[in-house]
Design a protein around this ligand. Structure first.
Ligand code: HDD
Length: 691
């Protein structure tokens, strides 16, 4: 048997075609029971008399109610809140030199993928914009089986050994005595865990940074976190780390905005992703790998097996090897997003594990958790989880078995079925574990090479811009400010003292705590790649609110809207009321939001329409002034028609020298200021307003 002989050829549409067999539409169909019996009555249960008791005999009532009573399944133990989309992955060049993984060889091949993004701590119904790590899980449906890259948007983790994972999660989840707070790390048990487990020092710096409040799931990086192995056809292995790099760059919200969004639109991130895909603004992420030769394993000042350490990109470059495009929303949230089951142990030939003790523990946990979440061992048969290549083995039965296995043989070895299904050799595509030589005593201990908890926390701090550092000081002050125990606050200040004195003292001051006694080690290294200031800045897919009322300048606003559209920017009108509003030249535009429903936090930038009548009307509304002030305070680009400068002034914004504020002098001709406005939007935020 040749490699892939029994594998159908996979293309971009393979998964969609497979799912199509399971989709069901109900348009024009008669209502039936689950047994297919046509139902004549769905409003009234069967009763003994119109005012009498309901009868057990009403099978339709019983079936409907029983199904409803069992509609919920346990939410994921972590990463319960998530949102997913379909897409495809394409490699840029054959990777045969490094790995034999089939889906990484042919640039013409499009491998279908399903990606689920998530928050970690919150329940399924919690808000999207909370301060948290984001999960970034990708299932590649390859010809050689499913490959799952189950990562996060942060390249390191809180703990070094999986045995501590239940402790970490118990600490961050709502406190068990009162189930408070929901989807928050700002509480005593979480910070108690951090203070007493200093291996979390590096991760906590990321958690407190802007990375934990992304602007969009389309604008965050993804990381495999652990060290994995690439293995080529010749059996040569290399240590690798995976990176996803968003084409739109890495951008974040500001904290005040993130908190407000949790109330104004708790679905902010999922709505953003869903809408972008519906509009054809397909999110794209490039896949990168860092590689270290096995011979170089001990040449670095970090242990490659330690998941609390990253490999600075300046030391180990990221080789960009392909691109993923998300181009299709799910048909049904429960069937796909809720029932998808990822597992870091779902690998394909050419990808293998390392001895990272966090990864090793994960290899157990992910199948185990599905048994209670998805109700038994046959969850691989749920449509979203099925590989697109054939699968055959001697596993049988169990809850919810769908496959009807033919024949009497369900064992290996056998003569009755010519030994089928039979294992195949690696040259025929059989997975072979990398033959790493292992020699050691059985111990419950951690390597000394894992014991430096602070150098990379300092590296991260050194890599931040002044603005990002300011955000981190504020975030620490907020989170610890919510902690009731003075002892825990002081312990964390001591921990921060090992990272940076200024940081620790600023946080101590805000908490009314003592300055730390600890002193940081001398670490001068920094990694510019870690700062979001150095990311890609593009205008496309940004969303601008246009504030206007009757009498707005028609020529100017239509000019601005055309120009925004050409740059891929969406503009929506916010007014005093919904419906059509009339311009000074008689043209009309539809307001999609009112000042009640359309908050500035839902947009990336603001344009206040010119036209005296519109400006005079909005100037009277405190909600309009608040809208403008809030957009400005959140450092967003603000454009204004000539007369609208008055509205900005009324909101307390001095337009002279305000970075990112552009007043259009000539309402008929938008070219010069127009380009400046687009650049200001692409900039994302005007941080120098803070200083
Ligand atoms: Fe995990 C879910 C990512 C450590 C045990 N994890 C889960 C998901 C992501 C991650 C993205 C959501 C999958 C989905 O969308 O369905 N987890 C990580 C990363 C880790 C990590 C990047 C560290 C590098 N996880 C980790 C450890 C353990 C687990 C150490 C336990 C030993 N994770 C689980 C789990 C979950 C899970 C309990 C809950 C739901 C699921 O698996 O399917 O098994």
């Amino acid at each position: 048997m040749k490699k892939n002989d029994n594998h159908q050829s996979v293309n971009e549409n393979s998964k969609d075609q497979q799912l199509e067999q399971f989709r069901s539409g109900h348009d024009g169909e008669a209502l039936t029971t689950n047994q297919g019996l046509r139902v004549s009555e769905d409003e009234h249960s069967l009763k003994a008399g119109e005012r009498g008791p309901t009868l057990m005999e009403d099978f339709h009532f019983r079936e409907k109610m029983t199904h409803f009573d069992h509609e919920r399944i346990p939410e994921r133990i972590v990463h319960a809140r998530g949102f997913a989309a379909h897409g495809y992955f394409q490699v840029y060049e054959p990777m045969a030199e490094y790995t034999k993984a089939g889906f990484l060889q042919d640039p013409a091949k499009k491998t279908p993928v399903f990606v689920r993004f998530s928050t970690v701590a919150g329940s399924r119904g919690s808000g999207d914009t909370v301060r948290d790590v984001r999960g970034f899980s990708t299932k590649f449906y390859t010809e050689e089986g499913n490959y799952d890259l189950v990562g996060n948007n942060i390249p390191v983790f809180f703990i070094q050994d999986a045995i501590k994972f239940p402790d970490l999660i118990h600490a961050v989840k709502p406190e068990p005595h009162n189930e408070i707070p929901q989807a928050q790390s700002a509480h005593d048990t979480f910070w108690d865990f951090i203070a007493n487990n200093t291996e979390s020092a590096h991760m906590i710096m990321w958690h407190i940074s802007d990375r934990a409040i992304p602007r969009s799931l389309r604008m965050m990086e993804g990381f495999g976190v652990h060290t994995f192995r690439f293995v080529n056809e010749q059996g040569k292995a290399r240590f690798i780390k995976f990176h996803w790099k968003p084409v739109l760059g890495v951008h974040s919200l500001v904290w005040d905005e993130a908190q407000k969004l949790a109330g104004k639109d708790p679905d902010f991130h999922r709505r953003d992703l869903f809408d972008a895909i519906e509009m054809g603004n397909y999110p794209e992420y490039e896949l990168g790998v860092q590689m270290i030769d096995e011979e170089d394993e001990f040449k670095f000042d970090f242990d490659v097996l330690d998941p609390t350490k990253l490999w600075p990109e300046e030391q180990v470059p990221v080789k960009i090897i392909g691109k993923m495009t998300l181009n299709q929303n799910v048909t049904n949230y429960f069937a796909e997003t809720e029932q998808v089951a990822f597992h870091p142990g779902h690998v394909v030939p050419g990808i293998d594990f390392s001895n990272d003790p966090l990864l090793q523990g994960r290899l157990f946990s992910y199948t185990d958790t599905q048994l209670s979440r998805l109700g038994g061992p046959n969850f691989h048969e749920i449509p979203i989880n099925r590989p697109v290549c054939p699968f055959h083995n001697n596993q049988r039965d169990g809850m919810h078995r769908m496959t009807i296995d033919r024949g009497p043989v369900a064992y290996h070895k056998n003569s009755m079925q010519n030994n089928d299904p039979k294992p195949v050799s690696p040259s025929e595509g059989g997975y072979e574990h990398y033959q790493e030589k292992v020699d050691g005593r059985k111990v419950q201990a951690r390597s000394d090479s894992f014991k430096d908890h602070y150098s990379q926390a300092i590296l991260f701090w050194n890599s931040m811009s002044d603005v990002e550092k300011q955000h981190m000081i504020q975030a620490f002050s907020f989170e610890l400010g919510k902690v009731k125990s003075k002892d825990i606050q002081q312990q964390v200040v001591e921990m921060l003292g090992n990272i940076d004195n200024f940081l620790a003292e600023q946080v101590a001051e805000s908490l009314g705590a003592k300055n730390p006694e600890s002193k940081p080690a001398e670490v001068t290294l920094s990694s510019p790649a870690l700062s979001q200031m150095n990311t890609a800045k593009l205008p496309n897919t940004r969303k601008v609110a246009i504030l206007a009322d009757h009498g707005f300048s028609g020529a100017e606003v239509s000019g601005v809207m055309d120009m925004l559209k050409k740059s891929g920017i969406t503009a929506e009108i916010v007014s005093k009321q919904l419906g059509m509003i009339k311009a000074d030249d008689g043209t009309e535009l539809e307001a999609q939001h009112t000042l009640l429903t359309g908050s500035s936090v839902l947009f990336d930038a603001l344009y206040v329409a010119g036209g005296q009548q519109s400006v005079d009307s909005l100037k009277q509304k405190k909600e309009a002034l608040y809208f403008v002030d809030e957009a400005f305070s959140h450092l967003k680009a603000v454009g204004a028609g000539k007369e609208a400068a008055e509205l900005l002034a009324a909101a307390g914004i001095g337009v002279e020298d305000a970075p990112g504020v552009i007043v259009f002098e000539n309402s008929k001709e938008v070219t010069g200021e127009g380009q400046a406005f687009i650049k200001a939007i692409a900039e994302h935020r005007h941080w120098n307003r803070m200083i």
